[in-house]
Structure formats: structure tokens, C-alpha cells
Design a protein around this ligand. Structure first.
Ligand SMILES: Nc1ncnc2c1ncn2[C@@H]1O[C@H](COP(=O)(O)OP(=O)(O)OP(=O)(O)O)[C@@H](O)[C@H]1O
Length: 418
């Protein structure tokens, strides 16, 4: 199988694969084009192991695929930059992610990371076809997924026509769990995604879920924090130990997965400040209902009772196990898959999940206290904190708390405040 956009130029034959095509057994050479661009890169920057397997696109090619990056072809904007839908010369439809100027790394560094990401192939991961590294441009080319992200469909507040039946939701939850288990346990060295959330779960035409943006954090220079565009939502996915102490391990992804799982079963976002206060935070609400023995009440009412209640409650319990405050109590992703498919019982004792909101309440109180003390000392409050008081505390932890004008990260600021 040739990579999209490859011409019939010299091929580097990699593997032979057999597969059935319309009843006929055909065989194809699995090949990747060692194109002129890759050769030029090696000539200019020295050998980069694996670069011959990355498709290098020219800027001209991508400009023409997107009709000069025309706004009508723009399909999204994320923390890494803008995403365009494009059609390559051979007809392949692709998603083209133009990384923002801050994310420009040296060509060697960039390609070193990229060769790793593009070699990772799994049914539940978005496939990276290749990139463009011409001049200042850093552009990634992915397979295009027809049904957008879970954030825009399932959680998009009625903006999509897709019907998410219980079966479809099961397939999505288990698919995401498998994709993450693959990154965590089968890829060597393992990959911590860092940003598992509904907008990073894309759906193909059959509603098979694909995790996007894995490995991308490594493409950013060390001094640049990934600036998320939906931080109010993102905060709800953050494992407390990561948000507070900056401890980034696979267990932080497992926490985020747990929150995502609750979102898929309940059909709502982790944070919704338009709801009555006790309902605003999904994880807290789920825990309250679990304690009352009424877990099933959190299941999406739009399913009209057309779901397997035993299975739904099992998924919700898995969500709670994944979000346990102590990272060690969270199961590995392969165990999570087994729990979800029923191969393993969810028989662990479930304690109160780790709620970043608990910490935030504390911080708001401390911050206010510190503010009062500062005022009495004639000092100005810490810059960049947008923690507000009152009932909307959690949701108003805003974007500036992650990367503010002072250039400090959320974690740094929290540490500063401690
Ligand atoms: N491979 C793809 N196929 C189809 N659409 C895509 C693809 N990749 C991204 N998109 C669209 O572009 C949007 C922006 O994606 P991107 O990953 O840059 O940001 P995000 O995940 O939405 O936000 P953030 O950067 O805050 O995580 C997505 O929500 C999706 O609608």
C-alpha cells in the first residue's frame, strides 16, 4: 500500500501483504516512497533513522491540496495550530495540521520525533501520513476522519445528527481504551498521551474511534506549553497529581480516560456550569450517585432506556476506578479493557475519586487569604490567576491559569501559590 500522495517513483519495498479485495485475492507491495524530499533532507541534515519511511510533502503540494489554505477548507483550530481538509493529487482526502509558529523546532529534532509517531499504527489511533518541513513550515498530514470529534458530536449539544446508540458508545469506549493501552503498553518506549479528552477522539465513517494528537507534545520546544483551546473542559480531565505537582505518568492518562468514559456514558461534558450546582461536575455527581446506589441515573436520558444497565454501570464503575485519587489504585489500560469487555470483574474497592475541584476550593480560599494578607502588606496579588470565588469557581479557572502573560505554567503557578 502506498502512502497517499506518492507517485510511481522509486519505491522502497517494505513488506508484502496479502488481502482480499472484492472477492479476489490480490497482493500488493507495501511500499513507501523514498522520495526526493527525504533524500534532500538526509543530504542537508544528515541521516535521521527512519526518515525514509515518513512521507515528506512539499509546501506547494499542501497549498494546492487546501486551495491555498483557504478558510473554507479550515476544519478546526487547536492548541497546536489550524487544521485544514485537503485533497492530494491522487485524490486522497487528508487532514492537514499547520503547527503554529511557536512550535517550530529544528528539522532534525522535529523529524526525529515524527519518525517515531508515524511508525505507530493501530486501529484506534489516527494515522500520521507525513509532514512538510520546508523553511519555517511545520505541517503534519493525517488521515481524514469523516465524523469529527466526540466533542463536536456526542457532546456538541445537538449540533450533530449522529445517533449514539448504546452499542456505538460501547464500541467507542472500548476502542479508545484499546488505543490507549497500545500507546501505554505496546509502543516502546511507551507514550503518555497527556491530553486525552473528547476533542482528541475522532470518529471515522463507521464511528470507529481514533485517538489523535498522541506524541505531539514532544514536537514542541521544551519551553512551550501545549496551549489548549478548551481549557475549562480540559481542566476537568486533569489528574490532580499532574495538575498540582506536574507528575506526568501513564496514570494521568488513565484518569483522563476515566472522565471521558463517564462523559460517553452520560452524554454530557465533565463540566457544565449551566446546571444546578450539585450537577455541574460530572465526576462529583457520579460519585454521589454511586454512594447512594443510584449510578444508573447518570446514564444519558437520550438513550430512552435502550441500554444494558448492568454494562453501563460497569463502565461507570470503571470510570470511577480510573479516577481514584491515588494513582496507584488506577488500573492499567489493558486491565481497563478487560474490565470493560467483562473478561475481568470490577471488584476493586472504589473510594472517592480525586477531584481537582477540591484542590481548587482550597486554592481559592488560600488565594483569597493570601490576597487579604498581601493587601495589608501593600503587595499586588499574583498575576495570571483567574480563580474566582463563589459557586462558579471550578469553571472559571480560565485559560490564563495554564499559560499566562508571565509565561508561567499552571503547575508552576500552583507551586508558586503553595
Ligand atoms: N484527522 C482529522 N480528521 C478530521 N478532522 C480533524 C482531524 N484532526 C483534527 N480535526 C479537526 O480539527 C479540530 C482541531 O483539532 P486539534 O487536534 O488541532 O485541536 P483540538 O483537539 O480540537 O483542541 P486542543 O488543541 O485544545 O486539544 C478537531 O476538533 C477536528 O474537528
Amino acid at each position: 500500500m502506498c502512502l497517499p500522495g506518492s507517485s510511481t517513483a522509486s519505491f522502497n519495498i517494505k513488506r508484502l501483504i496479502w488481502f482480499n479485495c472484492r472477492g479476489m485475492t490480490c497482493f500488493f507491495f507495501t511500499c513507501k516512497k523514498r522520495d526526493t524530499s527525504a533524500k534532500q533532507i538526509i543530504q542537508k541534515h544528515g541521516d535521521i533513522p527512519g526518515v525514509e519511511n515518513v512521507r515528506i510533502y512539499t509546501y506547494k503540494e499542501l497549498r494546492s491540496a487546501t486551495e491555498d489554505f483557504c478558510l473554507t477548507n479550515k476544519i478546526g483550530e487547536g492548541g497546536f495550530g489550524s487544521v485544514f481538509k485537503g485533497k492530494l493529487k491522487d485524490g486522497t482526502v487528508v487532514a492537514i495540521k499547520v503547527l503554529s509558529s511557536e512550535s517550530r523546532q529544528g528539522v532534525r529534532e522535529f523529524l526525529n520525533e515524527l519518525t517515531v509517531i508515524s511508525s505507530i499504527v493501530h486501529e484506534n489511533l489516527v494515522t500520521l501520513y507525513g509532514c512538510c518541513v520546508e523553511g519555517d513550515h511545520r505541517i503534519l498530514v493525517y488521515n481524514y476522519l469523516e465524523n469529527n470529534s466526540l466533542a463536536q458530536t456526542l457532546l456538541g449539544g445537538g449540533r450533530s445528527d449522529i445517533q449514539f446508540s448504546w452499542r456505538t458508545r460501547c464500541k467507542i469506549c472500548i476502542g479508545v481504551a484499546r488505543g490507549l493501552a497500545f500507546l501505554h503498553e505496546e509502543v516502546r518506549p511507551h507514550i503518555v498521551h497527556r491530553d486525552i479528552k473528547a476533542s482528541n477522539i475522532l470518529l471515522d465513517k463507521d464511528l470507529t474511534p481514533k485517538i489523535s494528537d498522541f506524541g505531539l507534545a514532544k514536537l514542541l520546544p521544551a519551553n512551550m506549553t501545549h496551549v489548549s483551546t478548551r481549557v475549562a473542559g480540559t481542566i476537568g480531565y486533569l489528574a490532580p497529581e499532574y495538575a498540582v505537582r506536574g507528575q506526568l505518568t501513564r496514570r494521568a492518562d488513565i484518569y483522563s480516560f476515566g472522565v471521558l468514559l463517564l462523559e460517553i456514558v452520560s452524554g454530557r461534558c465533565n463540566t457544565n456550569t449551566r446546571l444546578p450546582y450539585e450537577d455541574q461536575f460530572l465526576l462529583e455527581r457520579t460519585w454521589t450517585l454511586y454512594e447512594r446506589g443510584e449510578l444508573v441515573r447518570i446514564v444519558d436520558t437520550s438513550l430512552n432506556d435502550d441500554f444494558d444497565a448492568e454494562e453501563a454501570c460497569r463502565f461507570l464503575r470503571v470510570g470511577l476506578v480510573c479516577t481514584q485519587d491515588n494513582p496507584k489504585l488506577r488500573p492499567s489500560m489493558s486491565t481497563v479493557v478487560k474490565m470493560m469487555t467483562g473478561e475481568k470483574k470490577v471488584d476493586l474497592e472504589i473510594t472517592k475519586p480525586g477531584l481537582i475541584s477540591d484542590f481548587m476550593d482550597l486554592k481559592v480560599r488560600n488565594h483569597k487569604k493570601a490576597g487579604e494578607e498581601n493587601a495589608s502588606l501593600g503587595l499586588t496579588p499574583l498575576e495570571g490567576s483567574s480563580l474566582s470565588s463563589g459557586s462558579s469557581t471550578h469553571a472559571t479557572v480560565s485559560f490564563t491559569a495554564i499559560t499566562d502573560r508571565s509565561g508561567m505554567s499552571f503547575n508552576q503557578q500552583i507551586k508558586e501559590k503553595n
